[in-house]
Write a protein that binds this ligand. Structure first.
Ligand code: A2P
Length: 271
């Protein structure tokens, strides 16, 4: 299918029952590799902040669906996604061309492990991400429940370049004007961003900064401990495995929806 085929208001064939056809409301490109977009939210669609859903485009009778973390919080009246543009990626080569008014398909059933219910109570929550892995955390830091459950929330994102940090940096800065979570976030949320390939005030991979203790020194916090700290990880498979072993070295234990523990993990799917 050529690119123009994505610009259709509605597909010409019937939409399966388990799929919503929603309208693109806005699109913003951050870098040559990253963009965010918002779609209308079906009235019957419910999800928990941090979950993901399968999305696709109506450009083929059997559309390609990919898992996308929902970046907006559970209370938002639109649905937001933060996406990478994969060269020749079966979905993202078309998805990156969407404009307001286009249709995006979304399967009805959200799921995922990066939910507050999968963690035991704790004092501090670390949200550890690379690249588009920050998306589920963009949802959680806009959810009041996150601040009801934790005294401090540390949101970490490592990217290659400074411009790739813009999405989360602006989102967190904008929270101060948010009538719902503004006050809670102002007292509890801290953003810690680093780059690995472009010079910036803070450099180095998350994993390295946690192992060396630099991250804790910079934040003026004690090292992660199982009595007080909980964590969520979202990034590439290699990042997940390494970050997981760092957390385990601090004594944290991996949990799941049906077995809450001290950290949970999810792959940043499209990448
Ligand atoms: P680096 O530049 O050293 O590879 P990508 O865009 O390739 O998904 O990478 C996003 C960010 O994740 C980059 O800053 C990259 O650092 C970092 N990264 C890649 N692999 C790992 C890993 N195993 N552990 C921690 N960070 C990683």
């Amino acid at each position: 299918m050529d690119a123009a085929a994505t610009h259709v208001a509605r597909p010409a064939y019937p939409i399966p029952e388990n799929v919503f056809a929603e309208t693109v409301v806005s699109v913003r490109h951050y870098t040559e590799r990253l963009f965010a977009f918002r779609i209308t939210r079906p009235a019957s669609f419910r999800f928990r902040s941090g979950e993901f859903v399968m999305i696709g485009l109506p450009n083929a009778e059997k559309p390609v669906f990919r898992a996308y973390s929902i970046a907006s919080p559970a209370w938002d009246e639109e649905i937001e996604f933060f996406s990478i543009k994969v060269e020749n990626g079966p979905l993202t080569e078309h998805l990156q061309k969407i404009v307001p008014g286009d249709t995006v398909l979304m399967r009805r059933k959200p799921t995922g492990t990066l939910v507050l219910d999968a963690l035991m109570p704790g004092r501090r929550l670390y949200l550890l991400s690379t690249g588009t892995g920050v998306a589920p955390f963009a949802s959680l830091v806009r959810d009041l429940e996150t601040y009801e459950k934790f005294e401090e929330v540390i949101l970490v994102q490592t990217c290659r370049e400074v411009a790739e940090l813009t999405y989360i940096t602006e989102l967190v800065a904008g929270l101060k004007d948010d009538p719902l979570v503004g006050d809670a976030a102002a007292g509890k949320l801290r953003l810690y961003t680093t780059t690995t390939r472009e010079t910036s005030p803070r450099m180095g991979r998350i994993t390295h900064l946690m192992r060396s203790g630099q991250l804790f020194a910079d934040l003026g916090l004690p090292p992660i401990a199982p009595e007080t700290d909980r964590a969520m990880i979202c990034g590439s498979m290699a990042m997940l495995n390494e970050t997981k072993s760092v957390l385990e070295s601090f004594g944290l234990v991996e949990g799941a929806n049906n077995a809450p523990a001290s950290f949970v993990v999810e792959r940043a799917f499209v990448g």
